[in-house]
Design a protein around this ligand. Structure first.
Ligand code: ADP
Ligand code: MG
Length: 257
């Protein structure tokens, strides 16, 4: 390839926002020569690789901005450890139709059963599919909204929780809220209603939410919007965190006996 054409392609690719193409023209043309590619196949190769590179960049950028505590996937979740949990019900939520339908999911159960793991995995899947995601604990969200309200920046901060296609609200019910705090939660839930998905985790049953939100009427109003389009997944098996610890303790006891 003449140096002039090479330089021009590189410049044009840069202007078109295709930095990967600009860096890999030689690689592409080598593969075209080796594969004796026709024009269409060559164009197909270049365009599909550029799209893959761009999707991957967007995915990694989305994960960086999401505040997820980790990036575990459903493949890393051992469903055999929770035999009462239907893997199909969970895996159905990792499809684009969940996000497109602005549906919600609630993961309920005691500590250590993998509620956060599954919520994160569903968010990672949505991010992979091109949707924006954001992770927060309920307490952090309430604290941030209160601070924003006091500083007169409420609208701006609400946007953090309203903009993403999928909002993960972790640990609902660990701390009881005051009425004004519960009201902030209601604002987020009602403004997202039928506009964007919420995935939440809680160690409390819905009947206990009156205590969590300090007000039965407010809790009912929140549940009303949340549950209208919601998959409820209850995980009531043993704690995975304790699994290895208990096995180790039993081993110690056996060897001591
Ligand atoms: P929860 O949010 O219900 O308290 P987590 O999702 O934080 O529980 O899970 C605790 C730890 O155990 C995490 O490291 C998680 O990845 C792991 N874990 C829980 N359940 C499973 C499982 N069935 N298979 C694999 N890892 C699991
Ligand atoms: Mg958790």
């Amino acid at each position: 390839m003449s140096e002039l054409v090479f330089t021009r392609i590189r410049n044009t690719a840069g202007k078109l926002g295709l930095p990967h193409l600009a860096e890999t023209i030689n690689e592409y043309t080598r593969r075209a020569d080796e594969g004796k590619m026709g024009y269409l196949d060559f164009l197909d190769l270049v365009l599909s690789e550029e799209l893959a590179v761009r999707d991957d960049r967007r995915f990694r950028q989305g994960l960086r901005l999401s505040r997820l505590p980790h990036h575990k996937t459903l493949d890393e979740y051992d469903f055999s450890f929770q035999p009462e949990l239907d893997p199909r019900q969970v895996k159905d939520l990792a499809t684009p139709s969940f996000v497109e339908g602005k549906a919600n999911a609630a993961l309920l159960g005691p500590p250590g059963v993998g509620k956060t793991h599954i919520a994160v995995a569903l968010a990672v899947a949505a991010c992979r599919a091109g949707y924006s995601i954001y992770f927060t604990s309920l307490d952090d969200m309430v604290r941030n909204l209160k601070a924003a309200e006091a500083a007169g920046r409420m609208t701006n901060k609400l946007g953090t929780y309203l903009r993403p296609s999928v909002l993960v609200v972790d640990e609902v019910g660990y701390q009881p809220l005051e009425r004004a705090e519960a009201n902030l939660v209601f604002q987020v839930i009602s403004k997202r209603y039928e506009k964007g998905s919420i995935i939440l985790t809680s160690n409390k049953t819905f009947s206990e939410w009156g205590q969590v939100f300090g007000d039965e009427v407010l809790a009912t109003a929140i549940l009303d919007r949340l549950l209208h389009h919601c998959d409820v997944i209850s995980i009531n098996g043993p704690s995975y965190r304790l699994k290895n610890r208990l096995a180790a303790i039993e081993r110690d006891q056996e060897s001591a006996a």
